[in-house]
Ligand binder design. Structure first.
Ligand SMILES: Cc1cc2nc3c(=O)[nH]c(=O)nc-3n(C[C@H](O)[C@H](O)[C@H](O)COP(=O)(O)O)c2cc1C
Ligand code: SF4
Ligand code: SF4
Length: 276
């Protein structure tokens, strides 16, 4: 019997990576095999969980993320640094994206190499419905956000089936005694990804301005922030640099958070015009 565990992060708005993780787990649970799923949600709690986690119970460890600006969400990269030394423990990586995963798996692999995990497989080809304020002029739903048209309806049934098959194929790879590390499935760190560094995204993306007249101090923005970057005092305050996912803004029921995406929208529209 092969016992696996998948750690994954997936946004509360779209949940694409969750769907893929569940299907991979289904594949990994074939027959007598077992797979546990662990959803990462909030930075401090996740670290607690990781530091107490009994990795020895498992034969295979999977990690799945959405792509944020050609990288893994940075808070997840920071969390991976808290994994223990996992000498020769087989692992696999996957992500969902709007179509350009950049160097996401490569960046995760670099952190996990330091933990001596043996990465046996990975996949960065799954598409997930891509929603962002930068797409406000595309597929415009309410003028506040939009989505990349080509990503609509993903992951679809075919992709979900592929995820199950991927899980089953991992079982076979795990049973192979001469299992080699797999190194050809991720893209190398690339120039586009480098521009979107942690510092780069802080500089380029808009700041958060709170409209106190609209805000009723419900705290939802702080609850959904995976990086614990918002405190209530008694109104929300953004206390540190962050992933720039803007889920706090998207989820605010009162539309009380103002982020000026004008230049980001212009940039994206130009890019789309050029790629026609
Ligand atoms: C903040 C943010 C940044 C994103 N950056 C990229 C990107 O660089 N490349 C891409 O192809 N998709 C990008 N996407 C799309 C997501 O990777 C995609 O929708 C993913 O499936 C979301 O997974 P989830 O629903 O599990 O959170 C981005 C989405 C968000 C919210
Ligand atoms: S979610 Fe909106 S209304 Fe609620 S505390 Fe945050 S900013 Fe205020
Ligand atoms: S954009 Fe908002 S929800 Fe996302 S990490 Fe930053 S503060 Fe948290």
């Amino acid at each position: 019997m092969i016992r696996s565990v998948i750690f994954y992060f997936s946004q509360v708005v779209t949940g694409n990576t969750k769907l893929i993780a569940e299907k991979i787990a289904e594949g990994l649970s074939k027959g007598e095999n077992r797979c546990d799923l662990i959803r990462l949600r909030k930075y401090k709690k996740d670290i607690d969980l990781i530091e107490k986690f009994n990795f020895n119970k498992y034969d295979l460890i999977g990690i799945g993320v959405p792509v944020y600006y050609f990288h893994p969400p940075y808070h997840i990269l920071f969390e991976l640094q808290h994994f223990p030394r996992l000498k020769n423990k087989p692992g696999f990586l996957f992500c969902t994206s709007g179509g350009n995963p950049g160097s996401t798996l490569n960046q995760m692999k670099e952190v996990l190499n330091k933990k001596e995990m043996k990465i046996i497989d990975g996949r960065d080809k799954w598409i997930g419905w891509d929603i962002h304020q930068m797409y406000a002029n595309q597929s415009n739903s309410n003028g506040h956000y939009g989505w990349l048209k080509s990503s609509f309806g993903h992951p679809n049934e075919n992709e979900l089936n592929l995820a199950r098959t991927f899980g089953q194929s991992l079982l076979k790879r795990c049973l192979d005694q001469d299992l080699e590390e797999k190194t050809d499935f991720w893209k190398k760190d690339n120039e586009t990804a480098k521009i979107w560094s942690w510092e780069g995204i802080q500089e380029w993306f808009p700041e958060f301005t709170l409209n106190e007249e609209k805000c009723d101090k419900c705290g939802l923005c702080a609850q959904v922030c995976p990086w614990d970057a918002i405190i209530l005092d008694p109104y929300p305050k953004w206390i540190k640099d962050c992933d720039r996912c803007y889920i706090c803004d998207l989820k605010c029921p009162k539309n009380a958070i103002d982020c000026d995406f004008t230049s980001q929208i212009e940039y994206l529209e130009n890019l789309m015009e050029k790629s026609k």
